[in-house]
Design a protein around this ligand. Sequence first.
Ligand code: ADP
Ligand code: MG
Length: 504
Amino acid sequence: MRKATAQSGRTMARLLHDFGHDLPRMPAPETPQRSPRLFHYAARGGAARPGRGWAPATAPVSSWRMTSDQAPVWWPFVATPGLPPTGAQMGIDQLSGGSFFADPLGWVLDDEISVTNPNIMQFGKPGRGKSGNTKAFCLRMMDFGYRTLILGDPKDEYEKLCRALGVEPFVIGPGLPARINPLAFGPLGQGWASLSAAEAHRRTAIIFGRWLTLVRGLVGSQRIGEHRVPFGPSDEVVVTTALRRLTGYSTGASQLRETTIPQLWDALNTPTDDLVRDCRYESAGHFLNETRLLRDALGQLVSGALAGLFDAHTTVDVDWNAPIQSLSLSRLDALGDDAMGIALTCLGSWGRGMREMASRGDLRIVVRDEVWKQFRLGPEAVKAYDADLRLSRATGDIQWANAHKPSDPMSAGDQGSQAVAIAKDLMHLADVKILLGQDGAVADELERLLDLGSIARDLITGWAMHGMGRGLWVVGEQMYKVQTVLHPFERDLTFTNDAIESAR
Ligand SMILES: Nc1ncnc2c1ncn2[C@@H]1O[C@H](COP(=O)(O)OP(=O)(O)O)[C@@H](O)[C@H]1O
Ligand SMILES: [Mg+2]
């Protein structure tokens, strides 16, 4: 039978083939390829080659058995890639056990670290060590040629640090001689006569832009009942035109005159015909009627929060070569939170002006502590702060700001509106965030805004709340669990609990 089949010769496949059909063939079984070996056995002492961790004696190893349920506790040992050991040595990176170094400008220059600006924003509950971190960072960066500018010290807590460095801080307060003119030209106003027309034009755009942001922030911080004084496009035209006339820019003066806020107010109260015409009003009466709110808001500031502080030409002579400079503001405490916020707004704008042109290699840390006092003044003040940070031109500057929580700007009163959008934007002004201990609600807010994830969130409400200077450093997209370690000498310099020390 078998023979007959064999003789008949044609298999089913052959038969079908003869009629033009091909049966599918059974694929040949694949010979399994050996995957490359990930792990190699090493000799007990390690491979005796450079860089392979050879040790003359073997480490005592204890072996453990566990189920896969328990193993994730040990494996995988996930820790973010370490940062290079450059810049200020801040403390301990708790996940790697090594030292944590902060070097914002170095991070910007390093392609492997996703940081594009060197600015730092620090959030933390009061008393968690925000100012301590700030002082330690500034102090430790001094070794690398950085100088520090404290743009407003509401509690005078940087005074100890200044004095330790041989610098006497400026004290600003009612009845004291120090004046800061927020309408100062700054270094951009120097050598005006010899500038080309294009350069003069470029510089005026920067200077007038800065002043306008400031006046807008100041006027917008004033209230009418529950609401803030609006500052519209017509107010903008009036203020800019008046400032151009006062400085002599609109008349083509080769030397610009510095002006002050009371002079601006005067100019608006007694408008010249030129000013009225340039602002396109029919008559002086029309001008005065239309600008009443603006003038009254400025007037309140001139006779109120700015009086005797920010209403005259600058009298302090800042030595920009000193390791640190600070402006103490605690004397303003008695005038209320608004006055403090206004002082911070003025100093912020003045400081930005002073830093608009920095020489190469002039590395500086510009500190804004307790910025929430400025944020409380409403959306215009928040915008002024935003502009000061965003437009800070000196590329060697590290802007450092401390606040309690990201929603500080939202407490300005208009939830869900512009202020919220700005608050979110503010977060992007700093690629490095330091998150110290917080209560649950604020931690939730941070988690949402920064995409932290629950592990990081729990660190902020748990671990970070159990010690001063404990925080999560968010460097670009990487996170580090860091304990800042203070030297006893620094502990003394950063001590801020003097008032309650006697309770010990
Ligand atoms: N890393 C730290 N280690 C130990 N003590 C610290 C540390 N950071 C701050 N402190 C202390 O904690 C107190 C409050 O810190 P502070 O920086 O003033 O808090 P904040 O600015 O957040 O309100 C200060 O007396 C300070 O000396
Ligand atoms: Mg503080």
